[in-house]
Write a protein that binds this ligand. Structure first.
Ligand SMILES: *Cc1c(COP(=O)(O)O)cnc(C)c1O
Length: 429
């Protein structure tokens, strides 16, 4: 047998031989840091150095890494049913998850369509909006999206993302999108005027939006009242409301979903990231009965002909169900409130620092701008990143925006350490 193991070389060097990492220009990037293990809020590297995962590994591991409540459930599930085709078959993990989710989703959600990640969750949201109108015989082919929105990296998701600056090679192949400025409380009327003008000029099928917090736009918050007014105007014009809750879902904003803060409820909700608690990749797109009914027909062509091989993988479903159980538990809800309160206190303190701009928090999300001029991915950003890592805190500054989205299970001591290291950084940069 051929020996496929390689020995006597460190992982960082071996990584460079065959691996191509996401969002990375390898020629100018530092080496990748090998992580050996993770537990709770802590990531541990090859040398045994510990880092507090203050962004829950891109907003996924919100109940802590390797949470035994979740890993035990998945371990049990994998002894029983690992994978089965979800077209023609069904299974208990998917059914139980659907029942649990419908109970906590914003009012009006009725059906769940499984997919594999956040990008495919939004692809389905876009397809639902476009095909809804197609099925009803309406000629509506344009999507509406916010400036600086981010919805993923597949073609449909990329098209509606206003933030994607490195997409030059693909732009000719995008779906048609019109863009709306984000309401900030001061420009609300102006935004509504722009919206009405766009509606009068284009046949808009759906509006896709990150409710209240635009994650990739560097935790940009927008005005709930302004968003509500936009959603109302869209609804009056039969524009399908597609809430991309991939980042904001499952407790990040202090409520189960960011849409819970807003009166006007979406027709479609895209979920991923914390859905499976960081254990396995999965996405979900939920919708109202109205959407489903537009696809329900004797005509086979009116169905939603989209499917992924691993649709509703039983292991991912069992992880997601265990995660929902944790989310609604008193213990986790209390922890979320504690982090909300601690964030508010920290933001108040930050506001008195002249180096800090726009300190803000919403739920467990806390962000501010460091008042220095820099390129979004410039060297200073890397220096700030390195400063935090050297001190044992994993944060990923976006340009000059420093933000945290800690696991709900973070200890008081760990959270205070994150704040302290951030405060330290203000004396250095
Ligand atoms: C991360 C993210 C996506 C894309 O999810 P992937 O799983 O990375 O494909 C889409 N929308 C929002 C709001 C996100 O934060």
């Amino acid at each position: 047998m051929r020996d496929i193991r390689t020995v006597n070389e460190n992982l960082a060097d071996r990584d460079k031989k065959h691996l191509w990492h996401p969002l990375t220009q390898h020629k100018i990037s530092p080496d990748m840091l090998p992580i050996k293990s993770a537990k709770g809020s802590i990531l541990i590297d090859e040398e045994g150095k510990e880092y507090i995962d203050a962004i829950s590994s891109w907003y996924t591991a919100v109940y802590g890494h390797c949470n035994s409540y979740i890993t035990n459930r998945v371990a049990k599930q994998m002894q029983v049913l690992d994978q089965v085709v979800f077209s023609g078959f069904t299974h208990k993990p998917a059914i139980e998850l659907s029942e649990a989710l419908i109970k906590i989703l914003p009012e009006g959600q009725q059906k769940l369509f499984f997919n594999d990640n956040g990008s495919t969750a939004t692809e389905i949201g876009i397809k639902m909006a476009l095909q809804y109108h197609h099925n009803l015989g309406n000629d509506r082919k344009v999507m509406l999206a916010f400036e600086e929105g981010f919805h993923g990296d597949t073609f449909g998701a990329m098209s509606v993302s206003g933030l994607s600056v490195y997409n030059g090679a693909f732009e000719d192949h995008f779906i048609r999108v019109e863009r709306l400025p984000v309401p900030n409380g001061k420009n609300n009327e102006q935004v509504i005027a722009i919206l009405k003008d766009l509606i009068s000029k284009h046949s808009i099928a759906g509006f896709i939006y990150e409710p209240l917090v635009q994650g990739a736009a560097a935790m940009k918050f927008h005005d709930a009242q302004g968003l509500n007014e936009i959603l109302k105007v869209c609804r009056q014009n039969d524009i399908i409301l597609v809430a991309d809750e991939v980042m904001t879902g499952f407790g990040k904003t202090g409520k189960y979903f960011a849409s819970d803060h807003i009166e006007e409820k979406p027709d479609v909700i895209c979920m991923s990231k914390a859905l499976t608690a960081g254990l396995l990749p999965m996405g979900l797109t939920s919708c109202s009965q109205k959407i489903y009914d537009a696809f329900y027909s004797d005509d086979i062509a009116k169905g939603l002909f989209h499917g992924h091989t691993y649709t509703a993988n039983p292991l991912a479903c069992s992880a997601a169900l265990a995660a929902v159980e944790l989310l609604v538990s008193d213990e986790i809800q209390e922890k979320i409130q504690q982090i909300c309160n601690a964030n508010k206190k920290f933001v108040k303190m930050l506001r008195s620092n002249p180096k800090v701009g726009n300190a803000r928090s919403k739920g467990v999300i806390m962000a501010f701008e460091l008042d220095v001029k820099m390129e979004r991915y410039g060297n200073l950003r890397n220096e700030i990143f390195k400063f935090f890592m050297d001190k044992g805190v994993f944060l990923r500054p976006l340009g000059n925006t420093i933000y945290i989205v800690p696991p709900y299970t973070i200890s008081e001591e760990e959270l205070q350490k994150v704040y302290a290291v951030i405060e330290d950084s203000l004396t250095v940069f």
